[in-house]
Design a protein around this ligand. Structure first.
Ligand code: MET
Length: 258
């Protein structure tokens, strides 16, 4: 135990050798969705989720199918790997999952990225708060609609939104709801009405996760995009909103690591 303690560097801000479960580190590429769509970025995908959405496009992060690929890396190792893959061709890192908001010590990764001049984005469903949310430059909160099979804890979501607003982080926060059907749209209306001041994104759902041909998928998704635009156009509730496809799905289909 003494030896272990000696190995841990304690600098007053916390134990620096926490390890994070990482499934993918890739990029540079573009962020394909949400508030910073098109932004050149690196991705870090963490393993583990408190949800199990029926249509999850990254189910390997929680369904056990990629459990042998999970690496437990320190923040320093993650930053090193980002640099070794991305060189100096990036200044933005997106942390996604899984649900990275399960990771209590993630500030250990956020701080050194900021110190290197990188902005940090994070994707979460809004089921858990972490104090380091206020350090995130682009926080996408993506509560899950009925088609996911998940239930929203509205009290938790309220407190996350309230806290970000109270800390003056409204500009760095957005809500994104993925839409598959009319029930999902009604849910999106409810979310937008509950948090009218938060930038709101509706996103085309992809339920064709088995399609390996990118062009076939793009054609299906563009039809769905047009349907979603039509629905939003007709809604008097969904006015101050943005409707987006997943750009990466249109370009690269269901391919991982792009
Ligand atoms: N769980 C996070 C979210 O819901 C990030 C990845 S979802 C595949 O936004």
């Amino acid at each position: 135990m003494k030896l272990l303690q000696a190995m841990l560097k304690h600098d007053g801000s916390g134990w620096k050798l926490n390890k994070f479960p990482v499934l993918e580190i890739f990029g540079p590429t573009i962020q394909g969705e949400g508030m910073v769509v098109g932004r050149k970025t690196m991705f870090v995908r963490t393993a583990g989720c408190d949800y199990s959405c029926s249509w999850c496009d990254s189910a390997f992060t929680w369904d056990g199918s990629a459990k042998d690929e999970i690496r437990r890396l320190t923040a320093e190792e993650i930053v090193e790997e980002l640099r070794s893959i991305g060189g100096d061709q990036f200044d933005h890192v997106t942390i996604s999952g899984g649900n990275p908001a399960l990771l209590v010590h993630l500030k250990e990764l956020i701080d050194p990225l900021h110190a290197q001049g990188c902005e940090v984005a994070l994707e979460t469903q809004g089921s858990r708060w972490q104090d380091w949310f206020v350090d995130i430059d682009d926080l996408t909160i993506s509560p899950k609609p009925p088609s996911s099979g998940m239930d929203t804890n509205w009290e938790t979501l309220d407190s996350i939104i309230e806290r970000m607003q109270k800390e003056g982080k409204s500009d760095q926060t957005s809500l994104k709801v993925v839409i598959f059907d009319e029930d999902d749209l009604a849910y999106a209306e409810k979310v937008h009405q509950r948090y009218p001041g938060v930038p709101f994104f509706l996103q085309v759902g992809n339920d064709d996760l088995e399609e390996s041909n990118a062009e076939n998928l793009a054609s299906v998704l563009l039809t769905k995009y047009e349907w979603l635009i039509d629905q939003v156009v007709q809604s008097s509730t969904l006015n101050r909103v943005r409707v987006l496809p997943q750009v990466h799905a249109l370009l690269w289909g269901n391919k991982r690591g792009v």
